[in-house]
Design a protein around this ligand. Structure first.
Ligand SMILES: [Mg+2]
Ligand SMILES: [Zn+2]
Length: 198
């Protein structure tokens, strides 16, 4: 018998998991957001699998190479393991650049849901029980388009605040311990309102 599909936490990287250093590929500049390590550890202990879902248009723009990003990712994953005992199930990256007006030209650049949908197929994830956590409304929309619930981690990354129903987060929080509290409380609740469907 197949094991049941797993609930996931999709975490945006820049501005959510680590400080947003634009187009950074230098492992020395990785700084975890306060509380992020303890939060991921707590969510993993509750049975969620953890994935990073990140737009990295610096690849398409030629600001850094695949090899450089692979090294950065390896350091990120090693530090999560060493400093928090947290193993990421996967790191989902969109390497493409958007159109001049910011619209994705691929199915994977957030706010498109491609990274999450690909991860769900690859790892048998239950998207309806999963969450997207990110610092922009593009993260929120990507989560909703994939059928997840979305938390806006408000660390100052969103500047445009273009609102549509899909871009309305379940909740907007500024601290990682609040994110954990919200997810664990919602996960424990017997009845749950469904995520906004596209
Ligand atoms: Mg971000
Ligand atoms: Zn893409």
């Amino acid at each position: 018998m197949m094991p049941p599909a797993r609930a996931a936490i999709f975490v945006d990287k820049d501005g959510t998991l680590v400080d947003d250093v634009p187009y950074n590929a230098d492992p020395a500049l990785l700084r975890f957001k306060p509380g992020a390590l303890a939060a991921l550890s707590a969510l993993a202990a509750r049975g969620f699998v953890l994935l990073v879902a990140s737009n990295q248009s610096g690849l398409a723009r030629g600001f850094f190479t695949r090899v450089q990003f692979t090294l950065l990712q390896a350091v990120l994953e090693r530090r999560l393991l060493e400093e928090a005992g947290v193993a990421l199930l996967d790191v989902m990256i969109c390497p493409h650049a958007p159109a001049a007006d910011g619209t994705p030209q691929c199915p994977c650049r957030k706010p498109a849901p491609g990274l999450l949908l690909r991860a769900a197929r690859r790892h048998r994830l239950d998207l309806g029980r999963s969450w997207m956590v990110g610092d922009t409304l593009d993260d929120v929309e990507a989560g909703h388009r994939a059928g997840c619930r979305s938390i806006l981690f408000d660390s100052g990354g969103e500047t445009l605040w273009r609102h549509t129903p899909l871009r309305r987060p379940e909740v907007c929080l500024g601290e990682w311990d609040e994110v954990v509290h919200h997810i664990l409380a919602a996960d424990a609740a017997p009845a749950r309102t469904a995520a906004v469907q596209p």
